[in-house]
Unconditional design. Structure first.
Length: 145
């Protein structure tokens, strides 16, 4: 069942808010970059030659990391992944299209031999930090043995 969110802004204010949303260097992405760098991993950012332009590319480990916003990429079961109440047909189509594109990009990367890790925005909360570090190390190291 789809959860629907009520819009608290006027259409003009919503437009202003949406225009400020970034695709790169988001707070969750910076958090994951900082974590990985602190534990010793080195990476490249947003390689355009790979499907989906992954947020982080750890070439040494043949691993890419996507840091997905729970709303924008519709994280299954997350409280942040509902659909907005206004302009529902547009949002439903857009968000489901994002999800389908993510699936295609992941499949393309895996077919090229890349290990793909998806970190969700809700996992980047400070209280989840140790659990996230353990998961990243596990997925980077053990997929490349």
């Amino acid at each position: 069942m789809d959860r629907i969110k009520s819009d608290i802004f006027t259409p003009e204010k919503r437009s202003e808010v949406m225009s400020k949303i970034r695709g790169k260097n988001t707070r969750p992405e910076l958090f994951v970059r900082s974590l990985l760098h602190r534990i010793g991993y080195r990476f490249r950012l947003h390689r355009k030659d790979l499907p989906g332009k992954p947020d982080l590319v750890l070439s040494k480990y043949r691993t890419v990391v996507f840091v997905h916003g729970c709303f924008w990429h519709q994280h299954d079961g997350c409280k942040s992944s509902g659909f907005p109440k206004s302009n529902q047909p547009f949002w439903k189509e857009k968000l489901l299209r994002n999800k389908a594109r993510d699936k295609r990009n992941i499949a393309a990367l895996e077919s090229l031999g890349w290990n793909v890790i998806v970190v969700w925005e809700c996992e980047t909360k400070v209280k989840n930090k140790e659990k996230l570090v353990e998961r990243l190390i596990e997925e980077i190291e053990n997929k490349n043995v």
